[in-house]
Design a protein around this ligand. Structure first.
Ligand SMILES: *Cc1c(COP(=O)(O)O)cnc(C)c1O
Length: 376
């Protein structure tokens, strides 16, 4: 059996090696390393894939979030609401821009932003909401967009973990994750569902005015070369990364299918394990399984992790500490009691290996090992 890894990027590369190598060599031969034709082609192909008017590539997913907030023209002190149960990048950029982060609790089933908590968190100072589509499925976008419209608040979707996921509205219309709010952001970090061979990111929008603004901000605030209309940043996607992404984008649907098949194998195998709650797929969103995250019940999650580790099965805790309890983001007047679901999740979640290269032998070994722990 092949060694089990959380993510198998080498195995994935080996299957597309000739095409990827040729694409990279092509960029080297042309020396168009920055803003070359590969970047433009990738931009257009991703627009078509997502069904969105504008894709603006940038250097990474964290930059994408920062640039999105810069484009909305927020003022220091404006409140931005996001989820308490996520990777820190989202709240980090809010803080960097001297905006006020307002963290809210999540739904137990989907791990995504809780609508009732969102309603309670809105104040006259709320200027943006950043739903994070955690682990691979969309937040309740219909509910979030309704609340945002009523209160005239911008929505930035953090799609770093959910590219390729689709959301169905109650009128039957279907949209891609990241293309519903005012701006969507994503990351092409190597282990993401669409990952490059280094850092990369992008912004999505259907609003042409915002697209213009985003394009200027990623490029030092320039619309016309050497004329700086506003303060921007330098955030570019390299041509080599774009060339890799163009190849991988053609495989994204099959990569999603492979992740969904692995998830189904796990969920079927754990159906009768009392101590485990398998992931819920929300009724309005497809799940692209960036992570396969279980909730343990009545057992010590860390001893399960150790047991698996002894069997050479990696398992990770995403996320062990709620954002409101991180030293950098602690605020007066905020307490654990405001986040009962997040607090519980931080104690009980465990994510199993999830990637495009898991074979049945590995899946059988992983699921049997997990069951062995519960039958001890
Ligand atoms: C990975 C990730 C980011 C940051 O992306 P980088 O490309 O690493 O900067 C932001 N938000 C979420 C939810 C992520 O998972």
């Amino acid at each position: 059996m092949k060694t089990i890894q959380m993510v198998d990027l080498v195995g994935q590369y080996e299957k597309i090696k000739p095409a990827v190598d040729e694409a990279i060599l092509g960029v080297m031969g042309s020396a168009a390393f920055i803003k070359g034709p590969e970047v433009k082609s990738f931009q257009e192909e991703l627009q078509a894939y997502l069904g969105v008017k504008h894709v603006i590539p940038c250097a990474n997913g964290t930059d994408a979030l920062q640039i999105a907030l810069m484009a909305l023209g927020l003022e220091p002190g404006d409140e931005v609401i996001t989820s308490d149960f996520t990777f820190a990048a989202t709240v980090e950029v809010i803080g960097l821009l001297r905006l006020t982060p307002v963290l809210i609790d999540v739904e137990r089933d989907t791990f995504n932003m809780d609508i009732e908590a969102l309603k309670k968190a809105i104040t006259p100072n709320t200027k943006a909401i950043i739903p994070v589509h955690i682990f691979g499925q969309c937040s309740n976008m219909e509910g979030i967009m309704e609340i945002a419209k009523e209160n005239n608040i911008a929505v930035v979707e953090d799609t770093a973990q959910a590219i390729g996921s689709k959301y169905t509205f109650s009128d039957g219309s279907v949209k891609s994750a990241g293309c519903i709010g005012d701006i969507g952001t994503t990351s092409f970090f190597p282990s993401k569902n669409l990952g490059c061979f280094g850092d990369g990111g992008a912004l999505f929008t259907n609003n042409s005015e915002l697209a213009n603004r985003l394009e200027a901000i990623v490029n030092h605030g320039m619309k016309v070369r050497y004329y700086h209309d506003e303060i921007g940043v330098n955030s570019r996607l390299d041509s080599i990364q774009a060339a890799v992404l163009r190849i991988k984008l053609r495989h994204l649907d099959s990569y999603v299918a492979a992740r969904q098949a692995a998830a189904k194998y796990y969920t079927d195998a754990f159906a009768d394990v009392d101590g485990l709650e398998t992931p819920t797929i929300g009724k309005n969103s497809t799940h692209v399984f960036h992570q396969y995250t279980l909730k343990t019940k009545g057992v010590d999650r860390n001893s399960l992790q150790t047991f698996l580790s002894e069997k050479k099965i990696p398992a990770m805790i995403y996320y062990p500490v709620a954002l409101h309890n991180q030293k950098a983001y602690k605020r007066d007047g905020v307490s654990d009691a405001d986040f009962p679901v997040t607090m519980d999740l931080c104690d009980c979640v465990i994510s199993l290996p999830m990637h495009t290269e898991l074979d049945n032998e590995q899946l059988e070994y992983i699921t049997n090992s997990v069951k062995e722990f519960f039958n001890k």
